[in-house]
Write a protein that binds this ligand. Structure first.
Ligand code: PMP
Length: 367
């Protein structure tokens, strides 16, 4: 690369350089086939190999039990906001689902689900997304078809540090921004979904991991491409899947395996986020993170800069200076302002140290 940059984007986000280089090498001629992966039929034996390998690698990385299907779909996380209720709302006679709203994305998911059944909010919708109230305060419905939560709220920086206990109600989890960043017992979940564009590849593929006994309950109106039974029955090949994205995902899975697996990703995530939080906590209020300590995200850290009233000027200055120095995409989401540091798997510990040094310098120049 010609220019010094570190990409801290919230998504689509940085990909490992080794993965991009590998893809570049095979771009024009994939394994002596004479064509690019992009030009392969999704029914060709070459592509089927790519698809199977990606699934096997993911199963290995996450230790996915045999009674779970892995689907490679389209439509993004937002597609799953609809697909989940379309497929699972009718699992139990009450056609009701429990949602916990801890940030902007779970709020959107709950809003979409209301079209398809009764949505019970296990907590009153908060005004600000800065905490996860204690489990003892939640009102769970024992007859709910499923319980829904977002493991990591990409915009607000609220991350669950545990898997909620639901007394047997199937758990549906949006892991779009933290899948493959921590070790989790997959057997605790009914369904996990994740858009690829943060930790696992380019935008365009949506991963769904679903326990088999939850398949087959889709509503009559469920669009066929969102019907888990149809997709599972056809190994994600009912229609044309996002072939190149699946190939890239496979390369990312290889890379994770090579550098030490999910445990290594988790270790790095703790280190990287720890560096940034340490700076915030030692900045005497110059950098502020509004979140409760027990739900601070390891992936997305929203930060306000400066003391009362001075936010706007300093944040604009930070944004300009960081960008011109090569620290890219640190602007906070338009709905919360400030800055946001996203530390997905491809961002290295060294790159994070680099940013922290820059932030220290900015602080001492602007105190
Ligand atoms: N869930 C989470 C946690 C997200 O971060 C996002 C997007 N950033 C979505 C859902 C929506 O995903 P998409 O844009 O792929 O529809």
């Amino acid at each position: 690369k010609a220019k010094f940059v570190i990409n801290f984007s919230a998504g689509p986000a940085k990909l490992p350089a080794a993965v991009l280089a590998h893809a570049q090498k095979e771009m024009l001629d994939h394994k002596d086939s004479g064509v690019s992966v992009m030009e392969l039929s999704h029914r060709s034996s070459e592509f089927i190999k790519i698809l199977h390998a990606a699934e096997e690698k993911l199963r290995h990385l996450l230790t996915i039990p045999d009674n779970y299907k892995v689907l490679f779909l389209q439509g993004g996380g937002t597609g799953q906001f609809s697909a989940v209720p379309l497929n699972l709302m009718q699992l139990k006679p009450g056609h009701s689902a429990d949602y916990i709203i801890t940030g902007s994305w779970s709020a959107k998911a709950a809003q979409e689900a209301e079209k398809y059944g009764t949505v019970n909010l296990v907590l009153p919708k908060p005004k600000k997304y800065t905490s996860i109230p204690d489990r003892s305060t939640w009102t769970l419905n024992p007859d709910a078809s499923y319980f829904y939560y977002c493991a990591n709220e990409t915009i607000d920086g609220v991350e669950f540090q545990y898997i909620p206990e639901t007394n047997g109600v199937p758990i549906v989890c949006d892991m779009s921004s933290n899948i493959l960043t921590r070790h989790l017992d997959i057997s605790k979940f009914g369904l996990i979904f994740a858009g690829a564009q943060k930790n696992i590849g380019p935008a365009g593929v949506t991963l769904v991991i679903i326990r088999e006994d939850l398949i087959g309950f889709a509503m009559k109106v469920c669009p066929v491409i969102f019907d888990y039974k149809v997709q599972a029955g056809n190994n994600s090949l009912y229609n044309t899947p996002p072939t190149y994205g699946i190939y890239m995902m496979g390369l990312v899975f290889d890379w994770i395996e090579e550098v030490g697996g999910v445990h290594k990703m988790e270790e790095n995530a703790i280190k990287k986020s720890g560096l940034v939080y340490e700076l915030i906590d030692n900045s005497e209020g110059f950098y502020n993170c509004p979140l409760d300590l027990d739900c601070r995200s390891r992936m997305n850290i929203p930060i306000r800069i400066g003391f009362h009233g001075a936010h706007d000027v300093l944040e604009k200055k930070f944004s300009d200076e960081s960008t011109s120095n090569g620290y890219l995409q640190l602007k906070g989401h338009r709905s919360v302002g400030g800055i946001r540091v996203s530390l997905y798997n491809a961002v290295t510990v060294e790159e994070t140290e680099h940013l922290v040094e820059f932030m220290k310098g900015f602080m001492s120049r602007n105190r």
